[in-house]
Write a protein that binds this ligand. Sequence first.
Ligand code: PLP
Length: 397
Amino acid sequence: MAAAESPLLQVYAPPEQIFVRGEGCWIWDEKGDKYLDCIAGIAVNALGHAPPVLVKALTEQAGKLWHTSNMFKIKGQTTLAEKYTRDSFADVVFFTNSGTEAIEGCLKLTRKYHSANGHPERIDIIGFQGSFHGRSYAAINAAGNPSYVEGFGPRLPGFLQAQFGDLESVKKLVGPTTAGIIIEPVQGEGGVRAAPPGFLKALRELADKEGFLLIFDEVQSGAGRTGKMWAHQWDGVTPDAMAVAKGVGGGFPMGAFLATREAAKGMVKGVHGTTFGGNPLAMAVGNACYDELSKPEFLERVNATANFLGQALEGVKDRHPNLVVEVRGKGLLRGLKLKIDPKEIQGKLRDRKVLVGVAGDNVLRMAPPLVITEAEISQAIDAIDAVLAAQMAEAGA
Ligand code: PLP
């Protein structure tokens, strides 16, 4: 069907394949062609496609109870919140349907914290250029990407952007109305860039000194993706609030915001809510997914495969210095910054039945299921090598 005739809003430009089935790191289209999935719905299918443990949790729950609303207690929420708080900086959790809603929650919590402290004028949220926090008004304003905010009316007040990795640019924006800083420990959409060593720690110190909150957006970098449950755990710092989603549901739409009890002091009865967030289906899957992700041997394996992938990508860079600028990212969230349009390479890889993503700043993005094997990584690397070699041959021809 021509795009103009489609009943769908044309805000995406998907390729022609229609995927109908998945297993582990592989998915099949309706023609029966099999693809190696190295993007996992953009860092979502953490345990691979249709993992039996999640299928069981979902189908068992589906036969019992789907939805009650948060007007009633939902046991799975308490169970999962206990696990999240047991293993993290956080004391309290609120479950959402998506990453954007988790971000909204963090931003509301931050302003409400200052308001509860008698400083309602402290509303400024400092974000970073190149960041991505979702598509709600607050999320697009927090990231400040011109192509996402233009045409949607005036910029919301109280959102400023500093340079990623540049502490001085942050300090210039800090003042008496600063409420908080929001940062992805590893920028995803913006080009798969990990915060430079010591940067998160410096932000923590600044936040403590100036009395504002530090928010980590771990929607993409969290849920074991970098080899620790949360990417910031590599840096030995903790935030006051954190947004999570994507991998925590392994493919079921769910997210959460987590906070210290102190930071969440303004979030009292009636100030926030959701119809679907944390419903019994989401909690059944979320609990089962977290139980897998939090096994020490699971994360050990992620670290091993992540090292393998990192080295393999360095090899790609060395073999194709005319096309690859650098290897970026952390764990199993990796990027190859290219000298050419990564979309072209992405398309050619798809022709070879390997699925990858792209990100800003000319980056080819890989975020495979965390259960990917070294053999599967090698298959993907062979395809990347072949595509880049063909590209060079074409350019030389
Ligand atoms: N934050 C980050 C870092 C993300 O990568 C995304 C989605 O890609 C979001 C927030 C928004 O999440 P969602 O699309 O689930 O609303």
